[in-house]
Design a protein around this ligand. Structure first.
Ligand code: B1M
Length: 210
């Protein structure tokens, strides 16, 4: 089995130690970091997303695969930076004010990183002004908000209003997600897109930045 196949299979099986060993072996064998990232880690996460959409993988499998991918990515990151591989774009992500649910948000962040985005995670219970401050400071292409409670969904609209008031709404695409969030709600609050799972979140982020 090739080093790339070893990494691909380790991520698919959620084997973090195997992913790390595979990445180290591939780097030692002189395989380009970009190849390891695209054909090993990202390809495997793409397959995980496909299996999830076909109901062959469920959330636990996605989580362990994402963690395995993160394990490999940590080792690869310094080599990618050294090689000058440009990130696909910058995403700021957080769970909105009053909401402490972060498992889905973390999964989306990991999948975005796996797809090549630079992700700045603001954590949970993020107030509108904190999102605005982060947009002003980091100038991301995409701002992602997660909410799991119907009671915290309105905070997404408040954040978009705060972006407008700060004069930066047209400088960033806004995507929202989480179990109770719908396309209709996204349109209602003026978000640019809505996603209900991690793999479609990656597709949405890619389409938002063209
Ligand atoms: Co809470 N909780 N919870 N909870 N909790 C729910 C959400 C609930 C539906 C349970 C229920 O009643 N059936 C309910 C909400 C009801 C509602 O508002 N309609 C609920 C409640 C009521 C509460 C409390 C109020 C309970 C209480 O204290 N009385 C309380 C609120 C605390 C707070 O946030 N202020 C509370 C607390 C908690 C725990 C702390 C115990 C824990 C969270 C731990 C943590 O996250 N670190 C928890 C949990 C675990 C759940 C359930 C069981 C599971 C959520 C989860 O992690 N799912 C949940 C019931 C359920 O969903 N079955 C429930 C797995 C995760 C991978 O999926 O988060 O949907 P999900 O993320 C998906 C997509 O939504 C999407 O992609 C992800 C991956 O596929 N997605 C995005 C998410 N964010 C996205 C962002 C994007 C794009 C896609 O772009 C930016």
């Amino acid at each position: 089995m090739s080093h790339i196949e070893t990494i691909f299979n380790a991520v698919l099986e959620g084997d973090a130690a195997g992913a790390k060993t595979g990445v180290t072996a591939a780097l030692n064998a002189g395989i380009a970091p970009e190849t390891i990232l695209k054909e090993g880690l990202i390809a495997a996460m793409g397959e995980v997303g496909r299996l999830f959409e076909e109901n062959e993988y469920f959330v636990p499998e996605m989580l362990v695969a994402a963690r395995a991918m993160q394990g490999g990515l940590v080792l690869l990151k310094p080599h990618l930076a050294a090689g000058g591989v440009a990130a696909m774009g910058k995403v700021i992500i957080g769970t909105v004010k009053g909401d402490l649910h972060d498992i889905g948000k973390n999964l989306v962040a990991m999948m975005l990183e796996g797809a090549g985005f630079e992700v700045i995670d603001l954590g949970t219970d993020v107030a509108p002004d904190k999102f605005v401050k982060a947009v002003l400071e980091h100038k991301p292409q995409v701002l992602g908000m997660s909410a799991l409670l119907t009671t915290t969904m309105p905070s997404m609209g408040h954040t978009i209003k705060a972006l407008q008031e700060a004069g930066v709404r047209d400088q960033v695409k806004v995507m929202i997600g989480g179990a109770p969030v719908t396309d209709a709600f996204a349109r209602q609050i003026g978000a640019d897109g809505c996603s209900t799972d991690a793999s479609s979140a990656v597709r949405l982020a890619k389409s938002l930045i063209g």
